[in-house]
Design a protein around this ligand. Sequence first.
Ligand code: BTN
Length: 235
Amino acid sequence: MSPKRVNKYLTTRILGREILHFPVCDSTNCVAKNVPQNHGTVVIADRQTAGRGRLGHEWQSEKGGIYMSVIITPKKAENVTEITLICAVAVRRALGVGEIKWPNDIVIDQKKVCGILCERTANAVICGIGINVNNAVSADIPATRLKGTDPSKITAAILNNLEQLSDEDFANIRREYENHCINVGNCVKAIFHNRTVTGTAKGVTDTGELIIDTPDGEICVNSGEVSVRGIYGYI
Ligand code: BTN
């Protein structure tokens, strides 16, 4: 993907005004951690050899997909869960379709099209976003691809939306998140390291934890510690 084409669709002041493009790299998140931590710098790659997902998973990253990492230095000391959820809203707005599976997946027709991995460095948060477009997709979970889209336009639209949202408190966009969150109102299984809790997802807190109503009372789970699934499968 050419930075020039992305630039054509950008309406941002800062985000994406510096784009570092690699035909191939290990992981755009790793590259982003090792360049100057300037707010708004974006690393994009045509393919990754060691794409990473949440909770130690691999992110399959062959040519044809969108692989981008945005360096942001939030004004407030927001937690990474909040930023992950804000990125999910920015991507959902950019795509104009799909639902959010808490915390960080965008799904279309119950299949994953996008994953988000936000990681903190000493002075910044690296927001890594992977979207299936014309690439091969993993068989591990139900996955789908965006069809008939221009990756440069989508990349720019994500940055345009993220710039608007990145200085907001998550509390301000919590309703929008919940309105698009496929888990809300549904039965979920929260899988911790050594136990599983089942209940109905009620919504999210002002700091982005998922609220689950269980037979033993309400619990709030943080994205760093659990994986959430539907009771019969991915959703
Ligand atoms: C997930 O669903 O678990 C998160 C996947 C995040 C993948 C993106 S692709 C760009 C960036 N670089 C990485 O190595 N990972 C993220």
